[in-house]
Design a protein around this ligand. Structure first.
Ligand SMILES: O=C(O)CCC(=O)C(=O)O
Ligand SMILES: [Fe+2]
Length: 303
């Protein structure tokens, strides 16, 4: 079996990034405090108890899935903003966008006897080829212990470096065992993996559920997998820390993506009917050219 590298929560971001560059995945052990974990488990458990299993050959038939986690527990809000995790996102995503965002949040509770999921990459949800660039990363938080037998995420370390000739490659189910690793970890730990890494939910051979929660981040100019604008009420949005408001989608990606009536979306939210200046959002590099052209046009018109 292949291995996933494990580090302490105090590990510097550079060390974690190094492991991600080599393997495409890494575990940060014991990242949540006992208090955070028990609050999270209680908050999430109440919601999961109330929903049925999914229905799908990919999602599973003995697996519960639940989104919009930021209104399920404040602890999810804290998890999304952990500085070392954001440093990893800065490294991978900021070279290709002015700001990144939350792509989705999803609790995944794999029930007894759910078979292994098909091996897949997550990033073909964005249907364009981007060799050598990551457009999304996942954080899979262990809500329960992830063990050898209860459905721990199965990973193919190094597969993020494999050539990509097509955006969807699902024909990989018979990989030699030495290429496959199990994302086993204690509850409160987090497995981070690149969107280009082959992985799948594992087979749960036990009689209990394996609950994990994904918080994924993507380039800020991509469509989000989870529609946070519809999912969070105005009151829920306003109760979030400002950095999280941005991350769920209330930001302007340079130059003007996501603006509304010439305003930042949060200014619009706070003043939807008020008259504000219709401000232009131009790329910084374009501003002098646009101004020079206008000045020239004005002087021609005056001549
Ligand atoms: O539950 C897991 O361990 C992974 C699930 C997964 O990869 C997916 O649903 O895309
Ligand atoms: Fe996946």
């Amino acid at each position: 079996m292949a291995d996933v590298k494990h580090y302490k929560a105090s590990a510097p971001a550079e060390t974690l990034i190094q492991a991600l560059m080599e393997d495409g995945c890494v575990v940060i052990d014991n990242t949540l405090s006992a208090a955070q974990h028990s609050k999270l488990k209680g908050d999430l458990g109440r919601h999961l108890d109330a929903i049925p299993d999914c229905q799908g050959d990919f999602y599973g038939y003995v697996t519960k899935r639940l989104g919009l986690l930021f209104n399920k527990s404040d602890v999810f809000q804290e998890m999304a903003l952990i500085p070392s995790i954001l440093s990893i996102m800065d490294h991978y995503l900021l070279p290709s966008c002015s700001q990144y965002q939350i792509n989705l949040t999803q609790a995944i509770s794999i029930g007894p006897n759910e078979p292994r999921q098909i091996m897949h990459q997550d990033d073909p949800m964005f249907p364009f080829l981007h060799p050598g660039k990551e457009v999304m990363l996942n954080c899979m938080w262990a809500i329960d212990d992830f063990t050898e037998t209860n459905g721990s995420t199965v990973l193919v370390p190094g597969s993020h470096k494999w050539p990509r000739e097509e955006s969807l490659n699902l024909a990989l189910n018979e990989l030699p065992p030495d290429q496959i690793a199990l994302g086993t970890m204690k509850a409160g730990s987090v497995l981070i993996y690149l969107g280009s890494l082959f992985h799948c939910g594992g087979r749960n051979e036990t009689q209990t559920r394996r609950c994990g929660a994904v918080i994924s981040y993507s380039l800020g100019w991509l469509r989000q997998a989870e529609n946070a604008y519809l999912g969070y009420s105005l009151e829920e949005l306003q109760a979030m820390p400002p950095r999280l408001q941005e991350l769920v989608g209330y930001f302007v990606h340079k130059p003007n993506l996501g603006s509304i009536n010439g305003m930042h979306p949060l200014d619009f939210v706070n003043n939807p009917t008020g008259r504000a200046l219709f401000t232009e959002f131009l790329p910084d590099a374009a501003k002098p050219f646009v101004k020079a052209f206008r000045d020239q046009s004005l002087s021609k018109a005056a001549a």
